[in-house]
Design a binder for this molecule. Structure first.
Ligand code: N2P
Length: 343
C-alpha cells in the first residue's frame, strides 16, 4: 500500500511539474551573461529561463513603461536608471534576508546615492566608457583624451556609441563640464561641439561594437571596456584608453520590476550570480569589472591585473558615475536625434 501511494505521489508531482515548469524571465544588456553560465543556472535549479536583451537603458525603460505587465523578473539598469525607476515605483524592494551571498559585494560599491541602502538594486557588472583604436592605423599612445577625437586625421573614421548619455558625456567632458549636467546651456554647447565632430564620425552603434573593431569596420572611436577587452584578445592591435579628461563608469545592477511573476526564481537567480565562482566567470567572459569582491579574488592574476578590465586606482579615480538627468533627459534625447539626422 505504501509503495503504491509513493508511486502515485511521484507520478502526481511529475504531472504538476510538466504543467508548470518553473520559469524566469530575464531582460539584460546584450553580451552581459555568458551562455554556459545561463545553462548552468537552468541545470542546477531546473528553472527554465526566457532570456532577452537590450542595448540601452532607454530601451529597457521604454519597454517597462509601455507594458508594466511585460512579465520580466530580472532587469539590469545602470545607476541613473535605478534611481529613476525607484522614483517612478517601477521596482520592488528586495528582501535582503533572501540574499545569501550579499556580503560578497565590494562595500565601496554599495549604498550609493542612486539607491542608498541597496533596497532595490544589486550591483552586477561595471563597464567603463573609453576610446578604442587600432594601433595598425594610429600610433600607440597618440590618443589619450576625448578632445583628441576632433583631430582631422580621424576624418570619417569614428564609431560613436549609440547611447544618448554616453555621447553627451563624451562631449561634456571634452568641454570640461560634468557628464551629469542638467544645465540647458551646457547641453546645448555639448550638442554644438558634437556637430563639429560629425565630419569625423563613421557610424553610431552600440550592439556590435566588438565585431566592428575586430573586422576593422571602425579603427577608432568610443567603446565599452568589455567589448575592447574581448576585441583585444582577438586582435592585440585594438587598444583601449581611459581618457585623461574623465570617463563614465557604469554600475549596472540587478533589480526586480513591479509585477514580476516569478519572484522566488528571481531570488534564486540573484543568489546564483552573487556566488563568487559564478560572478568570477561572468566577469572573465564578458570582460567587465565585477563588483563582487569575493569573485575578483578568485580571478587569475592576468585578469585581475589587466588594465582594460581592472584599471588601477589612479585610473578608477577619473571614473564618474551617471546620475539621472530628470527633466533634462528629453533635451538630451532631442539633441541626439538632431545630431543623428545631420550625420
Ligand atoms: C553590454 C554592455 C553595456 C554596458 N553590451 C553599459 N553599461
Amino acid at each position: 500500500m505504501k509503495k503504491i501511494l509513493c508511486a502515485l505521489l511521484v507520478a502526481l508531482s511529475a504531472i504538476t511539474h510538466a504543467n508548470s515548469t518553473p520559469t524566469l524571465n530575464i531582460y539584460n544588456w546584450s553580451e552581459y551573461l555568458p551562455d554556459d553560465v545561463l545553462a548552468q543556472f537552468q541545470q542546477e535549479t531546473g528553472i527554465h529561463v526566457n532570456y532577452s536583451t537590450y542595448d540601452s537603458n532607454e530601451t529597457l525603460y521604454a519597454k517597462l513603461k509601455a507594458n508594466p505587465e511585460a512579465g520580466y523578473d530580472i532587469v539590469v539598469p545602470s545607476t541613473y536608471f535605478v534611481d529613476r525607476m525607484i522614483r517612478e515605483k517601477m521596482l520592488i524592494p528586495l528582501d535582503k534576508t533572501k540574499l545569501v551571498h550579499f556580503n560578497n559585494l565590494n562595500p565601496a560599491l554599495l549604498n550609493k546615492n542612486f539607491d542608498p541602502y541597496n533596497n532595490y538594486s544589486i550591483p552586477y557588472l561595471s563597464s567603463s566608457t573609453g576610446i578604442a583604436y587600432n594601433d595598425n592605423y594610429f600610433t600607440k599612445g597618440s590618443i589619450t583624451r576625448w578632445t583628441d577625437l576632433w583631430q582631422q586625421r580621424f576624418s570619417g573614421q569614428l564609431l560613436i556609441l549609440d547611447d544618448v548619455r554616453e555621447v553627451f558625456s563624451m562631449a561634456l567632458l571634452s568641454l570640461n563640464d560634468s557628464p551629469n549636467s542638467t544645465d540647458p546651456q551646457q547641453i546645448a554647447n555639448a550638442y554644438a561641439t558634437l556637430v563639429t565632430l560629425l565630419p569625423n564620425v563613421k557610424l553610431f552603434n552600440d550592439e556590435a561594437v566588438k565585431a566592428i573593431y575586430i573586422d576593422d569596420d571602425a579603427t577608432v572611436g568610443m567603446a565599452w571596456s568589455g567589448d575592447i577587452y574581448l576585441a583585444n584578445h582577438a586582435n592585440s592591435h585594438i587598444q583601449f584608453v581611459y581618457p585623461q579628461d574623465g570617463y563614465i563608469i557604469a554600475l549596472d545592477s540587478i533589480a526586480i520590476p513591479k509585477n514580476a511573476p516569478h519572484l522566488a526564481n528571481a531570488y534564486a537567480f540573484i543568489n546564483f550570480v552573487l556566488r563568487a565562482d559564478i560572478a568570477a566567470r561572468i566577469s572573465q567572459a564578458t570582460g567587465y569589472m565585477s563588483p563582487n569582491a569575493a569573485a575578483v579574488a578568485l580571478l587569475p592574476a592576468a585578469i585581475r591585473n589587466n588594465p582594460i578590465i581592472y584599471p588601477d586606482q589612479a585610473t578608477l579615480k577619473r571614473g564618474i558615475f551617471q546620475t539621472d538627468a530628470k527633466d533634462a533627459s528629453a533635451l538630451y534625447e532631442k539633441y541626439l536625434e538632431r545630431l543623428k539626422i545631420r550625420a
